[in-house]
Write a protein that binds this ligand. Structure first.
Ligand code: ZN
Length: 160
């Protein structure tokens, strides 16, 4: 069985940046599980998965456009400290959830001032070329329900 649309795929991965630094790895936990063809994982990785079989190992380098997008230099925003519950406890690099008119948004604190906090709306991996070291561990047919929902269920997938 090879990876194609409507297959649920389990895989281990190690993610590194172009400096060769490891960003994260699934190897110390359960494999990642996703429904192929539904945009559950970044586009560049999903594309590289197509046609692979269980047991296959490969490396793929993904440009920002096929990963978390380019950095938006207008993504830095200055917000009055009074809008934060515990502004005096914020630290540079800390992820915080902002409640905006468009809903919740995760941002990263880039500067903590006395009266203002600068936050970055970019995804922390935006603008980065990423390397994935992948091992496909399992492939199975998706259920009708999974196809309808557009994601995998069961261990490693959505529970509801
Ligand atoms: Zn579901």
């Amino acid at each position: 069985m090879n990876i194609e649309n409507k297959k649920v795929v389990s895989f281990h991965y190690t993610l590194s940046n172009q400096q060769g630094e490891q960003i994260e790895s699934s190897r110390d936990r359960e494999p990642m599980v996703y429904l192929h063809g539904s945009g559950n994982i970044i586009p560049g990785l999903e594309k590289a998965m197509a046609g692979k079989a269980a047991g296959d190992q490969f490396e793929v380098t993904v440009r920002p456009a096929d990963a978390y997008g380019e950095r938006d230099e207008n993504g830095i925003q200055r917000i009055p400290a009074k809008h934060f519950k515990q502004a005096d406890r914020l630290e540079v690099g800390q992820p915080v959830i902002l409640h905006t008119q468009q809903g919740q948004m995760q941002v990263t604190v880039v500067k903590v001032g006395r009266f203002n906090i600068d936050v970055d709306r970019n995804h922390p991996l935006a603008g980065q070329t990423l390397s994935f070291d992948v091992e496909v561990t399992d492939i199975r047919d998706a259920t009708e329900e999974e196809i309808e929902h557009g994601h995998a269920h069961g261990p490693g997938g959505a529970h509801h």
